[in-house]
Write a protein that binds this ligand. Structure first.
Ligand code: ADP
Ligand code: ZN
Ligand code: ZN
Length: 735
């Protein structure tokens, strides 16, 4: 008994340790690390991942339980995969077991064997090849299939045959019985390759970017591709993808939000003539599992995913591309708070392979890394073809009479653009009808009962809705405080603006794009298609509009209200605002017609706005980096944010005080700065009080070494029991 090896197994959950088990009875072979096993845990059966095999356990033999089954015939994670996940667990101080389970699709987190449904493909047998389809006039569907397979000697996927000939399963079975066709269970069907649409000939800058990146295939290099909107970054990705596919490699493309980029995926598939495998949370569990396994087995070559895809095991990974690298959605903001961008760099380093970060508005972190020579910095300074950069002007609205948020000057431009049969984008980063509703008699305001925030009015659905905690209730008929019926909405949301536009332009269809109009699956895609087909002269929307869409006929972009972003509490607010403005502005004039961007503001002299408008994003970034350096803020320093929340208002601060004292005790003198504790900018959120403590250091390694010891102490603090606390390494938001 004691000679049996001990399996050390990771289980999901908050515990920062591995669990010891004996191998299952009915297996002579000990599985390899990275294999999943079913194990008893308390009274339940769980799925665990084998991490290592050791000769003996610290536990007494009678307490050791036995794993009940080996779930995978071969490991799902290689040793290198596990090491990468372990690194992430350590860096973000998040339990290893939880990190591993984060890397698995939901179905594989259960103690069940993986279902592998390989795509079926069909090809002609020698006998089938000798049949002349024209002799089958009485069996037209059989003839159609034979004809199709004749043009694809390597075979064709069943799904493709279905596309051509309808669901023809029985016909296929008939043909198989006649031994005219045979099925292939395809791992990597060359059969999949379809006719691809032809590539653009690259311009000089693009060609250089491709060449420079390609040079590093097979080794690590981080490359920052800074290219203005419409400069052909995606075209650069496509060329790189083609070349890696030719060498049978796999490429991981990370995008901010799949739902927002259906155009990108279609463009990839059309151009590369192969299916793109999607890895994101909007898939069904079964789809997700299949995609994950296809990536894991190496049969899926082009993987497009959102942030969590960075954890997918990809045996033949040759290149990582991160599109819109500045986008905040690469950072997970709850639970395991990792940055997929930063992990992409680490992963590429370990692979090794190049990683390409693309953006028109790179993050200050990445620009800093490029300036320091850590990243190769490539530029696409010009728009492709005849497209010229849009003209950007500030519209001073301090003395204008606004009509539903629109100034007369902006309205005039909208009208003129519509008359030229061109499209207009209006950007307002606030959904709903109005952000505030008030009583005109007594001044009552609709506050969220659970947050320090106002309820947003959604007129059509008769709801007051808190966008911070999701709390909803019906819009009152009368003021809850004084019974007056005179309740009025204040300010603008997209729903209200849509109504205003309908009044001004009664015959003009308006497409509204925000979370409310696109919540149903497929609705965004439908809207985008209709916009591309020019069905909507006016497009109105929130930041969802800022992302990579290409609407060639848009020549006017109006930003209704950007002022709120200029004075955010967060030191990153200006960076985000500049990125948003530049991205939205980039939707204007992307084809042969020049574009014009109008920004309504009450602060036309704000230095950020003027730098951005007069000199562009690079100049803004240069100034912003200088400010960060003077203030010793990231990227010139490194931060960890400790958050605490509780239903009692004093508990979070009390815990953070203790945490701060405990942290300072183990700090080498002067190595770290402690800021706080302070209440969070929105102290009460969803019925809980929030506070945080910020720890900062000029040296990442010092901070990391200290952090490990601090975390151990935190869980031992008595006051920790009265709060929920979480750590955020390299925080992106100070909420
Ligand atoms: P970005 O990703 O930088 O916004 P895209 O790659 O989407 O830019 O390119 C913008 C438009 O220009 C697309 O319609 C694309 O097909 C086209 N395009 C890109 N590169 C070229 C090229 N070298 N020659 C002609 N058209 C190009
Ligand atoms: Zn009132
Ligand atoms: Zn709320």
């Amino acid at each position: 008994m004691s000679s049996e090896p001990i399996l050390r197994i990771a289980l999901p959950g908050p515990l920062r340790l591995l669990f010891d088990y004996l191998p299952p009875h009915d297996h002579d072979l000990i599985p390899l690390p990275g294999t999943r096993l079913a194990v008893p845990f308390g009274r339940t059966k769980r799925c665990g991942v084998l991490i290592e095999i050791v000769p003996r356990s610290q536990l007494p033999a009678e307490r050791l339980k036995r794993a009940t089954a080996i779930l995978d015939s071969s490991p799902l994670f290689t040793a290198a995969d596990l090491k990468f996940l372990h690194w992430a667990s350590h860096y973000y101080q998040h339990p290893f077991g939880d990190v591993i389970f984060h890397a698995l699709p939901v179905r594989l987190r259960k103690p069940l064997p993986a279902k592998q449904v390989l795509p079926t493909a069909w090809r002609l047998t020698p006998k089938g090849r000798s049949i002349d389809p024209t002799t089958l006039s009485r069996a037209p569907r059989q003839a159609a299939i034979l004809r199709s397979l004749q043009t694809h000697p390597a075979g064709q996927l069943e799904s493709e045959l279905f596309e051509r000939c309808g669901n023809c399963k029985t016909v296929l079975r008939n043909l198989q019985q006649k031994t005219w066709i045979e099925s292939l269970r395809t791992e990597s069907p060359q059969a999949k390759r379809q006719q691809s649409s032809s590539a653009h000939e690259l311009n000089q800058d693009q060609a250089l970017a491709v060449k420079q990146t390609r040079r590093f295939l097979g080794q690590f290099k981080a490359v920052l591709l800074e290219g203005v909107t419409g400069s052909g970054k995606t075209e650069v990705y496509l060329h790189l993808l083609e070349q890696t596919l030719d060498t049978h490699g796999q490429v991981l493309v990370l995008v901010p939000e799949i739902g927002l980029t259906p155009q990108l995926v279609r463009r990839f598939e059309r151009r590369l003539g192969r299916p793109v495998t999607l890895l994101h949370s909007n898939l069904s569990q079964g789809e997700r599992e299949q995609a994950w396994l296809a990536a894991n087995r190496g049969s899926a070559q082009i993987l497009v995913g959102t942030r969590s895809a960075i954890f997918t095991p990809i045996p033949n990974l040759q290149l990582i591309i991160l599109d819109e690298e500045h986008d905040i959605s690469f950072k997970q903001q709850e639970g395991f708070r990792y940055s997929a961008r930063d992990l992409a760099i680490v992963r590429a380093q370990r692979q090794p392979c190049p990683v390409l970060l693309g953006s028109a508005t790179p993050s200050l972190e990445s620009l800093h890394n490029a300036q320091q020579g850590r990243y190769l910095h490539l530029h696409l300074p010009e728009r492709v073809g005849s497209a010229v950069p849009p003209r950007i002007s500030l519209l001073d609205i301090r003395s204008s009479r606004l009509d539903g948020g629109l100034s007369p000057a902006l309205l005039k431009q909208v009208r003129a653009t519509l008359q030229r049969q061109e499209q207009v984008i209006l950007f307002l980063n606030r959904r709903g009808y109005a952000p505030v509703i008030t009583c005109h008699a007594c001044g009552w305001l609709a506050d969220c009962p659970r947050c320090d925030a106002r309820m947003t009015l959604h007129l059509k659905s008769h709801l007051l809705w808190c966008h911070h905690c999701g709390h909803q209730h019906a819009t009152p008929e009368r003021c809850p405080s004084c019974e007056s019926p005179d309740l009025r909405p204040l300010g603008q949301g997209t729903e209200r603006l849509e109504g205003v536009l309908n009044q001004h332009f009664p015959d003009i269809p308006v497409a509204r794009i925000d979370r409310d109009t696109t919540s149903r699956k497929g609705s965004l895609e439908k809207l985008l298609k209709a916009i591309a087909a020019d069905d909507f002269p006016i497009i109105l929307g929130t930041q969802m509009l800022a992302k990579g869409h290409h609407f060639p006929n848009v020549t006017l972009v109006g930003l209704i209200d950007v002022d709120q972003g200029l004075f955010g509490a967060d030191y990153r607010a200006p960076e985000r605002m500049a990125q948003l403005i530049t991205q939205v502005a980039g939707r204007a004039g992307r084809a042969d017609k020049p574009g014009h961007v109008l920004i309504q503001t009450r602060h036309p002299d704000h230095p950020l706005l003027t730098a951005l408008v007069q000199e562009g994003y690079p100049a803004f970034a240069r100034d912003a980096l200088l400010e960060r350096r003077q203030a010793q803020l990231p990227p010139y320093s490194y931060q960890v944010l400790l958050r605490a929340e509780s239903t009692k208002s004093d508990d979070p601060t009390a815990f953070l005080e203790h945490a701060s004292a405990a942290g300072q005790q183990i700090t080498p003198a002067g190595a770290l700065d402690f800021w706080g504790p302070v209440p969070a900018p929105m102290e009460r959120r969803a019925g809980k009080f929030h506070a945080h403590l910020l720890v900062q250091s000029p040296d990442r390694a010092t901070l990391q070494r200290w952090l490990k010891h601090w975390v151990e102490r935190l869980s031992e603090l008595p006051s920790a029991k009265r709060v929920r606390w979480s750590l955020d390494v390299d925080p992106q938001e100070m909420l």
